[in-house]
Design a binder for this molecule. Structure first.
Ligand code: ADP
Ligand code: TYD
Length: 202
């Protein structure tokens, strides 16, 4: 396999994605690779503005359909302004979430909207990561960790535990459907144990 250059981390809220994305970016940099570490929603000034709209406020603030449009708009800006320029310059991009999050959070939690997600992705994004780490873990523990942060960006955590269980199954199904780019990682371990398993893919 050619060396992966566009790498994403996915999983439920509080599963350790940000921690592991940071560790993986540090590992690549220690090997002399140029790395842009980024996140979604966000990762460019315009997309960070959309982030505030989608992550704060009442859980019922937006329908799943409206969310698909907002997250895809944010992703398009992130792709144009951050991801594509970094890849064109020859570096690696490590992103904390990307399109798989929309497939699961918007496509499979409040009715089956996956076809709508896929159509908009094909029209506006049309790009997949080379490698995706899906961190799988117990939703109750992950939810506790996520809410303990008190980030003020808990609109999705506020949907509750059953929502996180549905998300977990969505991510597991996605990993099984896309074995060529997805690696399932057991997140119920220490940060160092998980990081060393992931580092082997650099
Ligand atoms: P995510 O980006 O998936 O929401 P974070 O990386 O922000 O997850 O981790 C959520 C919280 O859990 C943070 O406070 C982090 O320090 C902690 N954490 C991350 N990984 C682990 C782990 N393997 N074991 C215990 N705590 C962890
Ligand atoms: P993130 O900051 O990664 O949250 P956490 O640290 O809790 O995992 O992501 C913000 C939230 O946005 C998260 O609850 C998932 C949600 N989200 C979607 O619903 N759809 C998307 O396309 C993306 C990128 C994120």
């Amino acid at each position: 396999m050619t060396r992966p250059r566009f790498i994403t981390f996915e999983g439920i809220d509080g599963s350790g994605k940000s921690t592991q994305a940071r560790r993986f970016a540090d590992h690549l940099r220690a090997q002399g690779t140029d790395v842009v570490l980024t996140r979604e929603p966000g990762g460019s000034p315009g997309a960070e503005e959309i982030r505030k709209l989608v992550l704060t406020g009442d859980p019922e603030r937006w329908s799943a359909e409206t969310e698909i449009l907002l997250f895809t708009a944010a992703r398009r800006d992130h792709l144009e302004k951050t991801i594509e320029p970094a890849l064109a310059a020859g570096g690696c991009v490590v992103s904390d979430r990307f399109a798989d999050s929309t497939r699961v959070y918007q496509g499979a939690t409040r009715g089956d909207l996956r076809a709508m997600v896929d159509q908009l992705h094909a029209l506006m994004i049309g790009r997949e990561p080379d490698l995706t780490f899906i961190i799988d873990m117990d939703p109750a523990t992950a939810l506790e960790r996520g809410l303990a942060r008190k980030s003020g960006e808990d609109r999705f955590e506020d949907f509750g535990l059953a929502f996180q269980e549905t998300l977990r199954h969505g991510f597991l199904a996605l990993a099984h459907a896309n074995p060529q780019r997805c690696v399932l990682i057991d997140g119920n371990r220490t940060v160092d144990q998980i990081a060393s398993e992931i580092a082997a893919y650099a």
